[in-house]
Design a protein around this ligand. Structure first.
Ligand code: GDP
Ligand code: MN
Length: 334
């Protein structure tokens, strides 16, 4: 690749060989997209992940980066767990401008978004990041050996002990997508995402099962109600994202250039895909996983498992505005 380094590597051969490999029934990994500069925050997240869950289960971590990780990042993160740690460089064709998007036009669009104060709209790398999580992470060679992933970001909190294996739970129940927080997307980031999605549905109606989740995301007017699963926390079936249906949806979106001319996030893209292609038994609200990213948190209503959070502060139990998508989800299932 561009950096003359292998696409992926284990931390070091000797260290990896002596690391604990429990008998795992589920082919699953914790997936972290990060830069060297995210190292401190990644270590904080890892410490909580290990303490609350992974010290017992020993799932490997997969770290992905558009640049090669430095030795400091590799050494410190591999020392933070007894599980395997894998480090991958993202192939250049999965990070950067596709042939059908003119970088100059993208730069102009970013200036417009800056003027209109679209959150992160002016940040070039953010567009690449959102497009990567929307279209490509599941194709990385390092993920080939895995069927399930748990997405982790720098500086997130896990508030409760997890005394069961969520990957096994997903596998047994055939769950393809798991979330803890659902909120409304900022409309300024996705002016044409819903219209493009509707055009996709009209052109590919055979890809949509009859028992889908579209009524969770569709307002009575027929517009997108902006509800999405907050994707900085995600438990997912990688094979869902590798599926023909998902990939044709991503390609359809990508061709419009909306990841660059608007600031489409991977969260609404994953959520709309789940709504189109999955049914209500395939998407699961992991109520019992306490979690915080920035100012939004989820905290279980039932205080068990040494939760270190206040359920009254959870998005799910807020009213009227913050909890609206959680209420829609509950009503949708009822
Ligand atoms: P936010 O949660 O929407 O505020 O976005 P973040 O800044 O947390 O980015 C989301 C995830 O992508 C985090 O795991 C970041 O570490 C990672 N990330 C964001 N931008 C880049 C980038 O340019 N390169 C790499 N390698 N990772 C990135
Ligand atoms: Mn984040």
């Amino acid at each position: 690749n561009a950096h003359g380094q292998p696409i992926y590597a284990e931390a070091t051969k000797d260290a990896a060989a002596t690391k604990w490999r429990p008998k795992q029934t589920v082919r699953a990994a914790i997936v972290v997209l990060a830069r060297d500069s995210d190292c401190e925050g990644v270590l904080r997240s890892m410490a909580r992940m290990e303490q609350r869950f992974n010290a017992k289960f020993g799932y490997p971590y997969v770290f992905l980066n558009n640049d090669p990780f430095g030795a400091g990042f590799v050494n410190r993160t591999s020392a933070a767990t007894s599980a395997r740690t894998l480090y991958g460089v993202i192939p250049p064709e999965h990070w950067g401008y596709p042939s059908f998007v003119d970088p100059k036009a993208a730069a102009k669009a970013r200036m417009d978004m800056h003027r209109h104060r679209v959150l992160y709209g002016d940040r070039e790398s953010y567009h690449h990041m959102c497009r990567y999580y929307s279209g490509f992470f599941h194709l990385h060679p390092l993920l080939q050996e895995f069927d399930y992933y748990w997405r982790m970001e720098p500086d997130v909190h896990y508030y409760c002990d997890l005394d069961y294996d969520p990957f096994l739970y997903m596998q047994e129940k055939r769950i393809k997508y798991g979330f803890v927080i659902t909120i409304e997307e900022l409309p300024a980031t996705i002016p044409s995402l819903w219209a493009t999605t509707q055009a996709f549905m009209a052109a590919h109606s055979s890809l949509l099962p009859a028992a889908n989740l579209l009524s969770f995301v569709r307002a009575p007017s027929g517009d997108y109600n902006l509800c999405h699963f907050w994707s900085n926390f995600e438990l997912g079936d990688v094979n869902f994202f590798r599926s023909e249906a998902y990939r044709s949806y991503f390609d359809y979106l990508d061709r419009t250039g909306g990841f660059f001319f608007e600031r489409w996030g991977d969260a609404p893209v994953h959520s709309l895909a789940a709504a189109m292609f999955l049914n209500s038994t395939e998407v699961h609200f992991f109520q019992d996983i306490g979690y915080r990213h920035n100012s939004y948190k989820h905290c279980p209503a039932e205080q068990r498992n040494n939760c270190d959070c206040d359920a009254l502060e959870a998005v799910a139990f807020h009213s009227p505005s913050f909890g609206v998508c959680h209420r829609r989800w509950r009503n949708f299932l009822a």
